[in-house]
Design a protein around this ligand. Structure first.
Ligand SMILES: [Zn+2]
Length: 168
């Protein structure tokens, strides 16, 4: 599946096979410089001075002056789906995050319906999120009196997206 994204006048197809990204403003460590980012099999394998990549057409995405940087993780997001989707749902939360350069959000356990303080509520949120997320999503599990064993058990299950957070 591929989706078209827009950033200014730049259009790219997600899932397309890029061999490089070129920008006048690439954030590398604590500095910003013009560079060509080399990509092989979906992974960055090298960063060259601007203009050194010998590629063209659809395999090179030249974003001009747009900033290219590592994705940001926002560990404190209140997505209120399914209980208060009109406030914020997974689709709008993750689209907004992506527009701001955030590639991972972590949903807070409280101040939402349902609160993520039980395994059942966690599964309700997980089900609500399915098919609507444009960035990676994880969930804080609210640890409150009498639910520690169940939440921690869920966290130990393989591939769990639930992270424990204490509210005692
Ligand atoms: Zn908060």
């Amino acid at each position: 599946m591929s989706k078209e994204t827009k950033a200014g006048s730049i259009h790219a197809m997600l899932g397309s096979k890029l061999s490089g990204i070129r920008s006048k403003r690439v954030v590398i460590g604590n500095s910003i410089s013009a560079a060509d980012i080399i990509i092989n099999d979906g992974k960055i394998t090298n960063i060259l001075p601007w203009g050194k990549l010998q590629s063209s057409g659809s395999q090179l995405l030249d974003v001009g002056e747009l900033v290219v940087m590592a994705g940001i993780i926002d560990p404190h997001v209140h997505v209120n789906e399914p209980g208060r989707t009109a406030w914020e749902g997974f689709r709008t939360a993750t689209l907004s995050a992506a527009a701001g350069g955030i590639t991972t959000i972590v949903d807070m356990p409280l101040n939402s319906l349902p609160p993520t303080t039980t395994v059942s509520n966690f599964h309700s949120k997980l089900q609500a999120a399915r098919g609507q997320c444009y960035v990676d999503v994880a969930f804080w599990g609210g640890v409150i009196p009498d639910n520690q064993v169940r939440v921690i058990f869920c966290c130990k299950q393989r591939d769990s997206l639930l992270l424990p957070q204490r509210y005692l």
